[in-house]
Ligand binder design. Structure first.
Ligand SMILES: CC(C)(COP(=O)(O)OP(=O)(O)OC[C@H]1O[C@@H](n2cnc3c(N)ncnc32)[C@H](O)[C@@H]1OP(=O)(O)O)[C@@H](O)C(=O)NCCC(=O)NCCS
Length: 167
């Protein structure tokens, strides 16, 4: 699908976004990670949003941005400890329209403006190419257990532009 005429709009997370973001999270994992993780793995991953209060706390405890496209919430991302991209999820209907890039761009700029020299992400196998295209370099391979399922991911890091930091 081509790029939307208007770029995604970004705003900070609000607690009232939680139910919509939980649903978006589940659909993103279910659909966009289907080539890289089997059904049981995706179910274990998506279950992280089942406890909505805990999910809301996780989003509120980080710097979380929400992206909208054509007036609808299309994705969200969060930055933890100013150095770690903790979550990045785009709704399947908005995939490949620049939402993930806009969210990542904004969080990289915020991290940089707050003094971070490097940003890291435990990238899912579904997001590896996305991060590689944005200049993230693979650093180490991990496996983590979630509800009895083993899921692989890759820690990837990007050095933030030092010149921009001085501006
Ligand atoms: C990874 C993800 C966030 C990408 O979001 P997106 O909004 O579709 O990405 P964008 O449209 O901004 O893509 C920007 C560029 O990244 C690259 N890219 C994005 N998705 C890609 C994919 N699946 N395969 C290869 N390259 C990809 C492309 O270069 C793309 O540019 P192009 O569309 O002009 O070719 C989205 O697919 C997603 O939510 N995946 C499931 C959840 C997940 O794994 N999250 C990451 C947790 S660490």
């Amino acid at each position: 699908m081509g790029r939307a005429a208007a770029p995604p709009g970004l705003r900070p997370f609000l607690p009232a976004d939680t139910p919509l973001l939980a649903e978006l999270f589940r659909e993103s994992v279910e659909t966009l990670a289907a080539e890289d993780y089997d059904e049981d793995q995706r179910a274990a991953w998506a279950a992280a949003a089942d406890d909505e209060a805990a999910f809301a706390q996780k989003l509120a405890g980080a710097l979380t941005l929400v992206a909208s496209l054509d007036g609808e919430i299309a994705g969200f991302a969060s930055l933890r400890d100013n150095t770690r991209l903790d979550m990045l999820y785009v709704h399947p209907r908005a995939a490949r329209r620049g939402v993930g890039a806009a969210l990542t761009d904004a969080l990289e700029k915020l991290a940089q403006a707050r003094g971070a020299r490097e940003i890291s992400v435990d990238a899912s196998d579904a997001a590896r190419d996305f991060f590689a295209a944005r200049g993230y370099v693979p650093y180490q391979r991990n496996t983590r257990e979630l509800r009895g399922e083993w899921l692989g991911n890759t820690t990837m890091k990007k050095t933030l532009d030092e010149k921009a930091q001085a501006r």
